[in-house]
Write a protein that binds this ligand. Structure first.
Ligand SMILES: Cc1cc2nc3c(=O)[nH]c(=O)nc-3n(C[C@H](O)[C@H](O)[C@H](O)COP(=O)(O)OP(=O)(O)OC[C@H]3O[C@@H](n4cnc5c(N)ncnc54)[C@H](O)[C@@H]3O)c2cc1C
Length: 339
């Protein structure tokens, strides 16, 4: 069992790579470790479970306890003619798991290749890309309630999955620690080519197999998204806003090229389009900026103060609100705000 370390730098543990020190930092190497450390963990009111740090912006030091699970292992639990049930520990790398599952002949996750981060974080914001959301392939999630110390299992339908949202995310930071995610994957691939660029790419190919799809998804992502190892970022900074049909109709009248698509609650607007139209694509302010290829991604060109990134984000939010009357909500978790 490891001890709580004081004043640990989070700079290299988050993909925005800004300065931030945590008051306390606790690495947890097993589920038993977590249970043994509970009373120490519970002494902190403010807690944050850290995975790969690819969806977090630190805007100051963290005056609480960072929990850093290091839980590994992939286990085939059950198998039928059609599918497999596989338990994957929280700290496994997401992309490696996608590759591994496909190599084993377990299918469904192809479109989610190359998303950074860990398996344990995937259900938190219900990661999604190119027409697929992870909720479609989760059977249940195992987690520990850090307030009570009780270990739970939540079936997929109880996880309250929605667009970049879940029961775990709604509960706020530091309450639940996901220990493993159990996936139900298909033995016969049913490739999802609903995302237009995938459909048009494979249109004239005689056949497409899961490995081809993974390769194409990776190519598209590499061409559009900055590699956090080279240009620190946290992917899409904002969620695509969902508006009522009446709001969409009004906007479409004044902006015929508006990019949006229908969803149950109305229309989902492309936040990248709004940001680009507001004039921010490729903008650089000091050492922070908006990516030149993808307006939804804020990038760090060498800034050490996360507040500068947040300031640019707020400026974008205000400008989009003024120009379109639409509220942009951060997808990235903002942490380290001082009270
Ligand atoms: C270049 C780039 C591209 C991206 N593309 C996409 C994309 O296409 N689709 C998409 O959905 N996301 C995308 N993201 C965002 C990010 O990769 C995902 O949100 C990912 O799931 C975060 O994983 P992580 O391990 O880095 O989580 P972290 O950033 O460490 O944490 C994110 C949240 O999850 C919580 N958390 C992490 N692990 C656990 C755990 N074991 N138990 C409980 N809570 C936990 C944290 O407390 C925090 O609230 C992208 C990010 C980057 C940098």
């Amino acid at each position: 069992m490891q001890a709580i370390k004081p004043q640990v730098s989070l700079k290299e543990l988050t993909t925005f790579k800004v300065d931030s020190n945590a008051d306390g930092f606790l690495q947890l190497d097993s589920v038993d470790d977590i249970i043994e450390c509970l009373s120490q963990i519970q002494q902190y009111d403010q807690r944050l479970v850290l995975g790969g740090g690819s969806n977090i912006l630190m805007v100051g030091d963290y005056s609480g306890l960072i929990l850093y699970p290091q839980l590994f292992g992939i286990n085939l639990l059950d198998e039928s003619d059609n599918d497999v049930l596989v338990a994957v520990a929280a700290s496994e790398n997401w992309h490696n798991w996608v590759l591994h599952s496909s190599q084993q002949g377990w299918h469904g996750l192809e479109n989610l290749a190359l998303i950074p981060g860990t398996v344990g974080a995937a259900p938190i914001q219900n990661i999604g890309a190119y027409g697929v959301e992870v909720e479609q392939f989760i059977d249940y999630v195992e987690y520990i309630d850090l307030d009570s110390g009780v270990q739970h299992l939540k079936k997929q339908r109880e996880c309250e999955f929605a667009y970049r949202d879940s029961f775990f995310k709604k509960a706020g930071q530091g309450r639940y620690l996901v220990t493993q995610v159990v996936f139900r994957l298909l033995k016969q691939p049913q490739l999802n080519l609903t995302y237009q660029p995938l459909a048009s790419y494979f249109e004239d190919k005689p056949s497409v197999n899961p490995a081809d799809l993974i390769e194409r998804v990776c190519e598209i992502r590499r061409s559009k998204l900055p590699d956090p190892e080279l240009i620190p970022n946290a992917g899409s900074f904002f969620k695509n806003p969902v508006v009522a049909e009446s709001v969409y109709e009004q906007l479409k009248q004044s902006h015929p090229d508006l990019v949006a698509y229908p969803v149950d609650e109305g229309f989902k607007l492309a936040a990248g389009w709004l940001i680009e139209k507001a004039g921010f694509k490729g903008v650089k302010e000091g050492d922070v900026g908006v990516h030149t290829q993808q307006a939804l991604v804020l990038v760090n060109y060498g800034e050490t103060d996360g507040r500068k990134i947040w300031q640019l984000a707020e400026k974008i939010q205000q400008s989009v609100l003024q120009q379109f009357g639409v509220v942009l909500e951060a997808e990235v978790r903002i942490e380290g705000r001082q009270a």
